[in-house]
Design a protein around this ligand. Sequence first.
Ligand code: ZN
Ligand code: ZN
Length: 349
Amino acid sequence: MPKFEFELMAQLPSHHLPGGRFRNPWPISDGDWRPGGFWRWRLQRMFGGVPGNPPAAAFPRAHPEPAYPHAPAHELRLTWVGQATFLIQLDGLNLLTDPMWSGRSSPLPFAGPARLAPPGLGFDDLPPIDAVLISHDHYDHLDAPTVRRLHRRFGDRIQWLAPLGFAGWLARHGIGRVAERDWWDDVVLDASGGPLRAVALPAQHWCRRTPFAANHRLWVGWALLPATGPRVYFAGDTGYCPAFAEIGERLGPFDMQLLPIGAYEPRWFMQRAHLSPEEAVQAYRDLGGHGALVPMHWGTFRLSDEDPLEPPVRLRRAWEQAGLPVEDLAILRHGETRVLTRRAPRPSR
Ligand code: ZN
Ligand code: ZN
């Protein structure tokens, strides 16, 4: 590496690269992954075959029960819309994570992974949204038509929270009320119980929306830390990495952990960027092993080779094998709402 670049890097946080790009700063165990892996995977898939898509009716659904216009201040009310989209009603605020209501996870309306099951909560049934949290720029997490719809309906009422590199993209859609954050930086929201801190957190992933620009935007998870009341961790998209233990140490324990469990096959290609259900259980433990595990990122878009109904089955098995309390595993159906009224006591550590 040229000396100049080396000196520049010495001043940057370890996940920043010169030129405004980002990277995962820790060593990654990645099987036999190597450049060109994407095409190897697509070829393997073409000749090896993968399980077919189940019909939409195979995915369990529940009638959503959000509170209108807001949930009471002491309550955490969580509704799973699908993939990484949750309506989180917390401390008197209505928050959305990675909002996605479109029929395809794709830049094109007629091609790309189609929705396996309709959104669990209709867009028109949303209560007034106070903040939107974005984890990264992949199409199943950042959907331009949904972003425009939200802005049309709620305007500057919404505080947009995003990782570094998103303000320009949001501005192109007319959105100016944006807080961009780096890993470990926070945004303070005005909630009924006092200030609610939303902290951008490290994850092991990547960003790219066009063939030309990879990792020019950052990827994050988010912690939601109300002054009182339940604490929530939303992981975004992530592979298994040392960040979980550090997040648990610095900000845990959490009362709800929203962890991705799908898009893991084939492992040699996917494990860098996506947790398997077994790794999600390990991540839950690394994060402090406390509160409910709510799985996400399954049963919505087909992005990988596993049977789309397999992730929750494997998760339940791994949970039982780990001897964790059955009541703490909250596998939500599409549209299902889960309510937590009190913050669990902190375990002695
Ligand atoms: Zn992703
Ligand atoms: Zn994803």
